[in-house]
Design a protein around this ligand. Sequence first.
Ligand code: AMP
Length: 515
Amino acid sequence: MSLAHLLLRHARLSPDKDAIFHGSQAHASYGTWAARSASLASRLIEAGLQPGERVLIFMGNHPRYLEILWAAWWAGLAVVPVNAKLHPREVEWIIGNAEPAWGFVSADVAPGPLAGLARQIEVDSPEMDALLAPLPDALAQPVLPRVPGDLAWLFYTSGTTGRPKGVMITHRNLMTMGLTYFVDVDPVAAHDTIVYAAPMSHGAGLYAIPHLMAGARHVVPASGGVDPAELQTLGRALGPLSTFAAPTIVKRLVDHAEQAGLGPADAAAVWKTIVYGGAPMYVADIQRALRVMGPRFVQIYGQGETPMVATALARAHLTDTAHPRHLERLASVGVAQTPVQLRVADGQGRELPAGEVGEVLVRGDSVMAGYWRNPQATAAALHDGWLVTGDMGSLDADGFLTLKDRSKDLIISGGSNIYPREVEEVLLTAAGVAEVAVVGAPDAEWGEVVVAFVVPLRPDATTNLALDEHCLAQMARFKRPKRYLFVAELPKNNYGKVLKTALREQLNETPKPQR
Ligand code: AMP
């Protein structure tokens, strides 16, 4: 089966229903969406593209994103959606690796021609209008993806360690992801509405699949991004919205609600469900989010190699404040999602008992087929079907997984392991602290020492001394930061993740402050 069959099904079932919105304006009904995607698919095939070939998508969020994704799948092609913040040279590297035949771009992110594409189409051009114009004899049935492989989506990792790798995500992976959403994250109904505020080239775009399965409504904000006031207005117009947001975006939504004096009842009118994940959510932050916006959160943990599917912390768990281990659960990423097995193992792949920290492994139908044209990297990441995630964590007796940073972020100071996240959780409960990121700095005496980058609420909201006292009162002495660096903001990537590599680089350039 192809993901394109999902669109065909709803185009038959409810052709006149509004499916895609640009801001609060209807952009396409289910019938129109299918007609445009099928027609573009026919033109791609006419132009000679063969099943299994790739098309590149290099643009910000756009209602046509969905039409292009489904056109490619309708034609039996795979998509290569690229982070809109990448430099054209970086995109050309991806083009060289993935060898897509055609590229769909927006003028703002790709102002000139990209090397290596047979044809480059600007999404807002008359050329694109013509490609999407419904054909009377458009391909009535989707072309089945080529087997073996059934590649649907080549997802390029952010490449913090070397060149990005193309993660091969199949139709079967994404079908599993879509169905699992209903079981483990949030049941979706036809009257529900998903809003794409985070980049559609990443996890947020994948949420089109469960929402298409349900025949729900899809909204791309006019701004194309996260503007809390705009989302508030959209929620009131198209009502209660669901979205996927990195923890930093959740924080912005909560800040906005708090500043506007809005409470859980207001949030209920605007938001059905906010799924968060992709980076650590600190206990203090999710508690504040629940207090300000009410019980509308679900956490997921996944990665490009098992998109959106590894664990989930359900709404019921997030709100079960009476549970004796409620706080531990809030700090966890929840339990294995239905289609996967989860394991914490030592360096040799041996399963560790509950409570011990090791490498997190995941196996199941959501796990990638491998890395594109990179058998060595595939062999390193997949052992007997088990995906080596690169994340460290521990399972408790009930099956809740608590992540302890990626193995490369672990700090080893004087021979002791220090998990930055533990230190970050404590610092975030100190008065006057808005955001924090902890990294290890090389040190002649200790090997590494703990350094905290702190964004204060106001320039004079806290001091070295106050933070040091706060840490000493709550954690072992050896874990507390040896240096605090006050900064106006933390470097983040397009998906809202704090770039610890950038912080470590910055450390090499920063003179040691006097204490
Ligand atoms: P990506 O492949 O870009 O989606 O990044 C995946 C990585 O983000 C994972 O391997 C984790 O290190 C991190 N991550 C994803 N979800 C969570 C979560 N809920 N809590 C903490 N870290 C997460």
